[in-house]
Design a protein around this ligand. Structure first.
Ligand code: BG6
Ligand code: MG
Length: 212
């Protein structure tokens, strides 16, 4: 086996929360009269909540204080959390669940490395509460991707060296974080186009071959 542990990004890898992030940010952007579309939303992948808002504010003409920024990001999160209540185990694809079970069956440790502060809640909604060996998320880091902190913490949590871990990511910032942390990485979805990954996955199930 090439690795001892696999660290998964959550949003865009294990599940798809893009539409909920979009809907919640759109509400805030509309309130502020800022143009926002799905292409801009794609730039928010892997980026922390406040950094996401800063990207949205690139199109804002006014000046906003730190207090106001906190107010709007808090509001966005309230809307987002309400939308997340729509998620259920039906949102976990059988392909993802079967692949995870297969990797675990091969003796690999499985961890989450996500910028989100809602990772625990999302995993509960998907029926994966308690499934992973460790969760490193937005609540235990000071620097978000492309900084490697979230993945290095995940490796520490499962007591493995970075070189023994494989990261799975759908965002360029996440691949950069893995590389900066000295980890191999597998890209899925949009991240494939960056050409940065050690492996490119057509589908989540390809991981079974990648780790062999
Ligand atoms: C990442 C998402 O997983 O989490 C980003 O890809 C998001 O789009 C970030 O901004 C932070 O999420 P949250 O749930 O803490 O607002
Ligand atoms: Mg992602």
């Amino acid at each position: 086996m090439k690795y001892n542990a696999v660290i998964f990004d959550l949003d865009g890898v294990i599940c798809h929360t893009d539409k909920y992030h979009y809907e919640a940010w759109k509400k805030i952007a509309d309130e502020l009269g800022i143009y926002f579309d799905e292409t801009i939303n794609n730039r928010l992948r892997g980026v922390s909540r406040m950094e996401s808002f800063e990207i949205i504010l690139e199109r804002y003409d006014g000046v906003m204080s730190q207090e106001e920024k906190t107010e709007y990001t808090t509001k966005k999160n309230e809307v987002y959390k309400e939308l997340l209540k729509n998620m259920s185990p039906a949102d976990l694809s059988p392909e993802v669940k079967n692949t995870l079970d297969g990797l675990r069956g091969q003796g690999l440790k499985l961890a989450i490395g996500s910028s989100s502060k809602n990772a625990g809640f999302i995993l509960e909604q998907l029926g994966l509460g308690g499934y992973f060996d460790a969760i490193s998320d937005g609540n235990n880091i000071s620097n978000s991707k492309p900084d490697p902190e979230v993945f290095l913490k995940a490796a520490q949590f499962v007591k493995e060296e970075p070189g023994s871990c494989l990261v799975v990511e759908d965002a360029k910032a996440g691949l950069e974080a893995a590389i900066a942390g000295g980890m191999d990485c597998a890209a899925i979805g949009d991240a494939v186009a960056s050409g940065l990954a050690t492996y490119n996955l057509n589908t989540f199930g390809d991981l079974a071959d990648v780790v062999k």
